[in-house]
Design a protein around this ligand. Structure first.
Ligand SMILES: [Fe+2]
Length: 299
């Protein structure tokens, strides 16, 4: 629809506990595919080619296979409608276009109904390496491929249902649940027969973190533990100090089956852990050197 504006419709900016963040219209929008410029398609192509090269041997096999199965290529920004033809048949998920970050409850309701909100606009050429908020490259390249994987697809829908529930319970429950999302969906590692691999979208869409998370001595790499993760603070402005490693998507699905309400109640009395802490009870794959860690507060 070429009548759509080629820039996102920011409603306003708002000061929140996460800083000064843009607020967008919460409506689902048609992907204005015809409005993408040659520069936009070129940004997609550059990022796609750079990350794919980097991710072979670093991203989980499931991620790479799923991305190929979706037919994503560097040639042009994919059309959501075309990806939906494939995705819906595979796992019942559909992509919906949005202007940017959504309010939590709206986001959870989409996930619970197997709709994944994808920001339709893409970053500018001078933002290839870093962007503070999700754009099309992060959402589409990073999040969408694994929705082709039946177990991960179920996990995401279960997370959405859990989010709706946690929203009803209160802000502390939401903090616990958000940490789970952060350390799995965004920054998760998985153990494959041939070593640790990446599946988190925040990592696969970042050149620097794709290398850092696996190859740097600085961060901890620790076995997945649901309650431990729910108590662990995280970084929003630097590479993570700790990555949590799952053995399989089945493990993730099973560990998150129980009702979280009693866990939230228990954790309400428990202190949170700084992002870089290693506990005696942790299954440690790598103890981070901590080199280069900022000492300001974790989120
Ligand atoms: Fe994300």
């Amino acid at each position: 629809m070429s009548s759509q504006p080629a820039t996102p419709a920011r409603v306003e900016h708002q000061q929140t506990d996460k800083g000064y963040v843009p607020v967008y219209t919460t409506a689902v929008v048609e992907q204005p595919w015809d409005a993408y410029t040659a520069v936009d398609h070129n940004v997609w192509a550059q990022l796609f080619e750079r990350q794919r090269k980097l991710l072979v041997g670093r991203a989980s096999d499931e991620f790479l296979v799923a991305q190929d199965a979706m037919g994503m290529t560097p040639d042009a920004i994919p059309k959501f409608a075309e990806l939906n033809n494939i995705l819906e048949k595979a796992t019942g998920w559909t992509l919906v276009g949005v202007e940017g970050l959504l309010p939590e409850l709206t986001f959870f309701e989409h996930l619970a109904n197997r709709r994944f909100p994808v920001t339709w606009w893409i970053r500018k050429p001078e933002q290839l390496d870093y962007l503070a908020e999700p754009d099309l490259f992060h959402d589409l390249f990073g999040h969408v491929p694994l929705l082709m994987n039946p177990v991960f697809a179920d996990y995401m829908a279960a997370y959405g249902r859990g989010g709706v529930k946690a929203h009803g319970i209160g802000p502390e429950a939401l903090v616990n649940l958000t940490r789970l999302y952060w350390y799995t969906v965004e920054f998760g590692l998985i153990r494959q027969a041939d070593g640790l691999r990446i599946y988190g979208s925040g990592i696969v869409s970042s050149k620097g973190e794709s290398i850092h998370c696996l190859e740097s001595d600085a961060p901890n790499r620790i076995g997945f533990d649901l309650e431990r993760i729910m108590r662990t603070r995280y970084r929003i402005d630097t590479f993570q100090k700790t990555y949590f490693v799952i053995d399989s998507f089945e493990q993730l699905m099973q560990a998150t089956q129980p009702d979280f309400a009693p866990i939230y109640a228990r954790l309400a009395q428990a202190p949170s852990y700084p992002a870089g802490t290693v506990l005696e009870t942790d299954r440690v794959f790598h103890r981070g050197s901590g080199e280069g860690w900022p000492d300001d507060a974790d989120f």
